[in-house]
Design a protein around this ligand. Structure first.
Ligand SMILES: Nc1nc2c(c(=O)[nH]1)N[C@@H](CN(C=O)c1ccc(C(=O)N[C@@H](CCC(=O)O)C(=O)O)cc1)CN2
Length: 296
């Protein structure tokens, strides 16, 4: 079977084109969307992701603001930066880049974000709205990676309804909200959310029409675990350094040979990552439209 690619790069580019038009319309009405980022520390990966978010904003006409703090910033200093972004009228939405350094109470920081400016959809109020709203439309920001995965699959003409989905990983940014999003009436998939305490993971994966792998364990999904015709979504971002060249590259949770069984697969890189970035922009534009009273 030759699996088809769920092209995250091309899909994200198409979404950015759509968003550019919506940003132009907001600007014509005097509304300027602005994304704030709060980065603590000097982790190269996080620095790269934040720089990418600012480049994306420039591409679609969203203004951007940065709050960068050193790795030894205290809880109080980080909370003060969140308060500045909450109060800055030029910032219509913002994110706190995760992970925060060890010793920082991440949940307390996320709870301080004004839910109306929560561009990541990770504030308890917005996660709570996702829990409460099973049918109808959701008018609060959604976590970017799960939202991106739902769109990536739908925009390739693949229907989620009735599919048996196995999600690997119960993290707050991907696994847990993924289950909530996929079981909404508008999507209508059936979800098994697995984790390190799950017994017989291979057997569960073998039954899945769609596998969303967000365990952060290189190659945890192997070819013998994949049902023929399955859809494979790889969220894993492990890094492997070539001992000869010293160069590092991203490796996912799904072993490359597993694609041989699949009908569709998301490449990694080039699949879920670009969609996560595009959905952050979508959340910023949605939020600015709501604040301006022009949401469709
Ligand atoms: N506040 C948040 N923190 C983090 C999130 C998030 O959604 N909100 N997700 C990840 C990091 N992340 C965005 O912040 C992110 C990760 C990966 C990509 C991406 O485009 N990856 C590329 C490959 C990049 C590489 O080679 O290293 C790809 O998949 O093609 C974008 C954003 C954790 N923190």
């Amino acid at each position: 079977m030759t699996a088809q690619k769920l092209d995250g790069k091309a899909t994200a580019a198409a979404i950015k084109d759509e968003l550019r038009g919506r940003v132009d319309a907001l600007r014509e009405r005097g509304v300027v969307p602005g994304l704030g980022t709060l980065l603590v520390g000097d982790d190269p990966g996080s620095q790269w992701y934040v720089a990418g978010k600012h480049r994306d904003c420039a591409e679609v006409g969203i203004e951007s603001l940065r709050e960068d703090l050193p790795a030894d910033a205290t809880q109080a200093e980080i909370e003060a930066a969140v308060t500045r972004l909450n109060e800055d009228p030029a910032c219509t939405g913002f994110i706190v880049q995760l992970p925060l350094p060890a010793g920082i109470d991440t949940n307390r920081i996320l709870e301080l974000v004004d839910p109306a400016k929560d561009a990541d959809g990770l504030h308890p109020t917005n996660l709570g709205r996702l829990v409460l709203r099973v049918g109808g439309e959701i008018t609060s920001p959604l976590p970017c990676t799960p939202r991106g995965i739902v769109e990536l699959v739908q925009r390739h003409g693949v229907d989620w309804a009735g599919k048996e989905v196995v999600v690997l990983g119960r993290g707050v940014t991907v696994g847990r909200p993924m289950g909530l999003l996929l079981t909404r009436k508008a999507v209508n998939a059936t979800v098994t959310l697995t984790h390190t305490g799950t017994r017989d993971l291979p057997e569960l994966v073998r039954r899945a029409d769609v596998v969303v792998a967000a365990a952060g364990v290189e190659g945890i999904v192997t070819g013998d675990m994949v049902k023929p015709g399955a859809v494979l979504i790889d969220v894993g971002v492990s890094r492997r350094t070539d001992p000869e060249t010293g160069k590092s590259r991203v490796v996912g949770d799904i072993a490359p040979e597993a694609r041989e069984q699949a009908a569709w697969y998301s490449p990694n890189p080039g699949g879920v990552g670009p969609m996560t970035r595009a959905m952050l922009l979508a959340n910023v534009v949605d939020t600015a439209e709501r604040q301006a009273g022009t949401a469709s």
